[in-house]
Write a protein that binds this ligand. Sequence first.
Ligand code: SF4
Length: 62
Amino acid sequence: MKSPVVDYEACIGCGSCVEICPEVFELKNDDKAWVTGSGKCDSCNCQEAIDICPVQAISWSE
Ligand code: SF4
């Protein structure tokens, strides 16, 4: 299944993806966005989260 993945080296913890797509992304204590709901991305705007990430840290994994 297609799901978003976060490059933790690149993520700066801005929280934009969490705002757009809280069912899928969660900001953890390390200030990195974690994909905690990848199964839910069929019905949300993960592509929008990918597009808004200022450091292009999110991509699709098949
Ligand atoms: S939008 Fe990008 S940089 Fe911001 S928290 Fe999400 S993955 Fe990290």
